[in-house]
Write a protein that binds this ligand. Structure first.
Ligand SMILES: [Zn+2]
Length: 401
């Protein structure tokens, strides 16, 4: 048996996430070699800074702490475990608006009016719980996930390193004062970039609140994602001691990201996992916006020009360019009738990922049935409307009339 064949098939039998993490690990180890010995000046609070001595041997120890595993499966399991630990806390999180209100109070102690303002804006005040590392009163700023590999949460308190939260919910979180903490920031950024999945963590604030004449601790949390990491990853020697840039996000965005991470671990290797289509794009190109409009014609002309064909067998996969625009239709993968009967999907039925381009003949022969496995395979191969938008949005927008 040819060795290349064996390796290809071994790779095929690996889970998608294992494959991706293997190459992340390999590349990150290469990048870490860029880091040279030398002092780094790390800002602490206000205008103070502290000198941290970075050495190659500390970097190697840190790298081992963060990435050393018995096997790729072990690394992959630990990655999944991390986000599984994070997931249940998401439902306790506030809306970005409520969290911003809490942030803006700039006070350690909440009055009844303060608490009212936070909850009115979609904030949730959670009582202290010493069984939870997120909801207990610890001083340490960065909370680590299982086995201390990745950042699970960060605690913010007034007067921190950077106090400002901009109108889009973005802020900068203080760099650690030890080499493994520094390298952990870069590793989280690197994973986000390479896996093309936002790295989600939780931001926690805590307050004092008088209840039954006793001071109690209340917590406010919000999910956030790591943003703006390209500069930090271009040369780790320059960036090892840099802070993390974060952006508050709504719960639903965090939950859908965690679901995406779970699906990457799927054994089902013949299905590609897709990142969620941005909300604006999925509304702009929903069925009701494209079915009979100029936008829809744009998509059809784009498909004609790019030699796309009907995924159906009835027409023998006719090229769209051989058809009039009026003989081309938008098909639903899950039918409209099905979603009217089982309404849990009603808000998704016209989503671009439920739509594909088809000839009228194949579309009417399908009627209200689901595409059979053969047709599904062809739809996946040709792409849903959502897939086309992911890959060719600009080219579709610029197609001539
Ligand atoms: Zn057809």
């Amino acid at each position: 048996m040819e060795i290349g064949w064996v390796i290809r098939h071994l790779e095929d039998s690996m889970k998608h996430l294992d494959k991706e993490l293997t190459s992340c690990l390999f590349e990150f180890r290469g990048k870490v070699n860029e880091i040279q010995n030398g002092n780094r000046l790390v800002p602490t609070s206000g205008s103070e800074s502290e000198v941290v001595d970075v050495t190659k041997s500390k970097v190697t120890t840190a790298l081992n702490l963060l990435t050393k595993h018995k096997s790729i499966k072990d690394l992959s399991d630990s990655f999944q475990l991390h986000f599984n630990e994070l997931a249940p806390s998401l439902v306790l999180c506030s809306s970005p608006r409520g969290f911003r209100t809490a942030w803006g109070l700039r006070s350690k102690t909440l009055s009844v009016q303060d608490a009212e303002a936070i909850t009115n804006d979609g904030g949730q005040l959670i009582p202290v719980n010493d069984n939870s590392r997120l909801l207990s009163c610890e001083q340490q700023g960065v909370v680590l996930g299982p086995h201390k590999k990745l950042v699970l949460a960060v605690r913010h308190s007034e007067g921190n390193y950077d106090d400002s939260l901009d109108e889009l919910g973005r802020f900068t979180y203080q760099p650690p004062r030890d080499v493994s903490g520094m390298l952990r920031y870069r590793w989280c950024q690197f994973l986000s970039k390479k896996l093309k999945i936002p790295f989600i963590l939780i931001v926690v604030m805590w307050f004092e609140y008088r209840l039954n004449d006793k001071m109690n601790q209340l917590f406010v949390m919000s999910p956030a994602k790591i943003i703006d990491f390209d500069d930090d990853l271009s040369n780790l020697n320059d960036s090892i001691h840099k802070p993390l840039k974060l952006q508050l996000i709504p719960r639903h965005e965090a939950i859908s990201t965690i679901n995406l991470i779970r699906s990457l671990n799927s054994e089902n290797i013949d299905i590609d996992v897709r990142a969620e289509l941005p909300d604006e794009l999925s509304r702009e190109w929903a069925y009701d916006k494209i079915n009979t409009s100029e936008k829809g014609k744009q998509l059809k002309r784009w498909a004609q020009k790019n030699s796309k064909n009907c995924p159906g067998a009835r027409c023998n996969h006719i090229l769209f360019r051989e058809l009039k625009l009026s003989d081309i239709a938008f098909g639903h993968i899950v039918s409209q009738n099905w979603t009217s009967a089982f309404t849990f999907m009603l808000d998704k039925v016209h989503h671009p990922d439920n739509l594909y381009l088809t000839c009228k003949t194949c579309n009417s022969s399908l009627s209200n049935n689901f595409p059979d496995p053969e047709l599904r395979k062809e739809i996946v191969k040709e792409g849903t409307i959502g897939d086309w938008l992911r890959l060719y949005e600009n080219s579709i927008r610029n197609i001539e009339k």
